[in-house]
Design a protein around this ligand. Structure first.
Ligand code: A3P
Length: 281
């Protein structure tokens, strides 16, 4: 007969729902899902199932912190709970009046000596970023081409076009820096996360105060998808087909115009973060 394994509850610390100790945010399509799923390979990381949108949606925010906590998974003491809602980064109320709630989280869940950490995930060259944004999520084709949306008929840049506007990262980051010290944020370059996830994840492990556990054994390159996929003891899996899509060709002249436009903004961003992310100009 197979043996019966009896586990005494007393031997195990109680799992409970904890407010997140780290938050992943960014702009749309910057690779936040990939980052969260990759971090979840770490045995000391628990993740919220979906995007919680606590700080940026009034109807959620008004339900209070206890509601926020209930959206979190169970975790053991010492584990880090992470949630990702990319739009926190660009929503002004989140970085200003609502950050007191983040400070609440910090007081309440000092999971390691550094307390709560807020991670901003900013990815990639904006031209790539907004091309990605522009791809339809539904089968319906967009009414206008990306080129028509990004440029006015006279050739000037439509700065109000949302995918371009949210790619001016310094406009948003400076608000965060007004309320959080720089050392509480880690900027992850999403291009590097695609090319060499392990090196980026090791950096994040150090930032979060986690033991180094994620390594090359956790990834394999899937030629068909053209991206790294995830591996753990029990399974191999790629991100869903909505992540890592084929991008349409953008008129090279429009690309260079946008690169020139973003060059200056990117410099401002580098100055703010104190790091040159090396996006092509
Ligand atoms: P595309 O589908 O436009 O290529 P988000 O989760 O923030 O919406 O970001 C989606 C993006 O994650 C994808 O955009 C893709 O470029 C990026 N990504 C990064 N690593 C990935 C991976 N290993 N597999 C699939 N997509 C990945």
């Amino acid at each position: 007969r197979p043996p019966i394994l009896l586990l005494s509850r007393r031997l195990y610390p109680a799992a409970s729902r904890r407010l997140p100790q780290a938050i992943i945010m960014g702009v749309r399509k910057c690779g936040t899902r990939a980052l969260l799923e990759m971090l979840y390979l770490h045995p000391m990381v628990q993740k919220a199932a979906g995007e919680v949108h606590f700080f940026d949606r009034d109807d959620n925010y008004n339900k209070g912190l206890e509601w926020y906590r209930m959206q979190m998974p169970h975790s053991y003491p010492g584990q880090i709970t992470i949630e990702k809602s990319p739009s926190y980064f660009v929503t002004s109320e989140v970085s200003s009046s609502r950050t007191y709630s983040c400070h609440e989280c910090q007081r309440e869940t000092p999971v390691n000596s550094a307390g709560a950490r807020y991670k901003s995930d900013i990815r990639l060259h904006p031209v790539e970023g907004q091309r990605s944004h522009c791809l339809p999520a539904l089968p319906t084709p967009p009414p206008k081409s990306f080129e028509q949306l990004a440029l006015f008929p006279n050739g000037s840049i439509n700065e109000a076009y949302r995918p371009l506007a949210i790619s001016v990262y310094h406009n948003y980051l400076h608000r965060w820096l007004e309320v959080f010290p720089r050392e509480q944020m880690l900027i992850v370059n999403g291009d590097l996360l695609i090319e060499d996830p392990v090196s980026q994840l090791q950096k994040i492990e150090r930032f979060l105060g986690l033991e180094a556990r994620i390594g090359t054994h956790n990834f394999y390159f899937n030629e068909t998808k053209g991206f790294y996929c995830l591996r753990n003891e029990t399974s191999d899996r790629c991100l869903r087909e909505t992540k890592g899509r084929r991008h349409p060709r953008v008129d090279p002249e429009v690309v260079s115009k946008l690169r020139r436009y973003f060059g200056e903004h990117n410099q401002k961003f580098y100055e703010l973060v104190g790091e040159d992310l090396g996006w092509p100009e």
